[in-house]
Ligand binder design. Structure first.
Ligand SMILES: C[S@@+](CC[C@H](N)C(=O)[O-])C[C@H]1O[C@@H](n2cnc3c(N)ncnc32)[C@H](O)[C@@H]1O
Length: 246
């Protein structure tokens, strides 16, 4: 069953204070690397899986995408997304990615930023995405890097900052044991799904995707010069970025 932690009042308040929630794509240090994996947006039909506040949906609209469907299970996230998006190419819909149903061959690009590590039935979701893409359609996503999801065990307290800049390096814990990991990040008992890099990649391969890029993202020297507290993120990569073609 979907936890929908972003509708938890305390979690939502904490998440809303993160730099990426205030500055949007400019507050995501991995955005330049993720953007580099995206095709030109002009006339594309795009679905954003776990669209949150809709930062990417608005960017895709500004870049000329024909239509963008932003999906999220959180009413709170969608409410802010709707308020901040001018009428036009973007549509938001409440949907649980654990039971995604999209028309066949109806999208040119499926995008997802930091949402898929919440999904238990990732195979079901990626199979639905594969069906929903046209042949040659692209899938581009980021997830928390498995090294980053591995240390979470009951009782582990993560810093409220999370992500780049929290100043902590955690030990990897039972890397090969996949499944839900409970963490106390912004609220107690947040569930994220830990899976290995091999599981992510083999899932895509088995479903018929062709991998085009894999990146274990870390900050560049230029980013560290601007934000010295990012340096710790070169100890272990916080994000895995993946691009694939149907
Ligand atoms: C870290 S936020 C990222 C939001 C957005 N992609 C961004 O980069 O700003 C993760 C998002 O995934 C959504 N999410 C988590 N589990 C979900 C599910 N089962 N179905 C739909 N959305 C989900 C959350 O509600 C949240 O908005």
């Amino acid at each position: 069953m979907t936890q929908n932690i972003y509708d938890n009042e305390a979690f939502f308040a904490g998440y809303s204070r993160l730099p990426r929630s205030i500055e949007g794509l400019e507050g995501m240090p991995e955005w330049p690397a993720l953007r580099a994996l995206l095709p030109a947006m002009a006339q594309l039909r795009v679905v954003d899986l776990g669209c949150g506040f809709g930062w990417f949906c608005r960017w895709a609209a500004a870049e000329g995408a024909a239509r963008i469907l932003g999906l999220d299970v959180s009413e709170r996230m969608l409410a802010r997304a709707r308020v901040e998006t001018a009428p036009g190419a973007v549509t938001y819909r409440r949907a649980d990615l654990e039971q995604l149903d999209l028309p066949a061959a109806s999208f040119d690009l499926a995008y997802s930023a930091l949402a898929l590590h919440y999904i238990e039935d990732l195979e079901g979701l990626l199979a639905a995405v594969h069906r929903a893409l046209v042949p040659g359609g692209r899938l581009v996503f980021s997830v928390e890097h498995p090294i980053y999801t591995a240390p979470r065990r009951p009782g582990w307290v993560e810093s409220a900052g999370g992500g780049p800049g929290d100043g902590k390096v955690w030990p990897v814990d039972a890397y090969l044991d996949e499944g839900p990991r409970r963490t106390d990040w912004l609220a107690k008992g947040v569930i994220k799904q830990h899976r290995t890099i091999a599981t992510y990649l083999n899932l895509l391969i088995r479903l018929g995707f062709a991998l085009t890029h894999l990146e274990e993202w870390g900050p560049t020297a230029a980013q560290i010069a601007l934000h010295p507290h990012f340096a710790v993120e070169r100890e272990r990569p916080p994000f895995l970025l993946v691009a694939a073609v149907r």
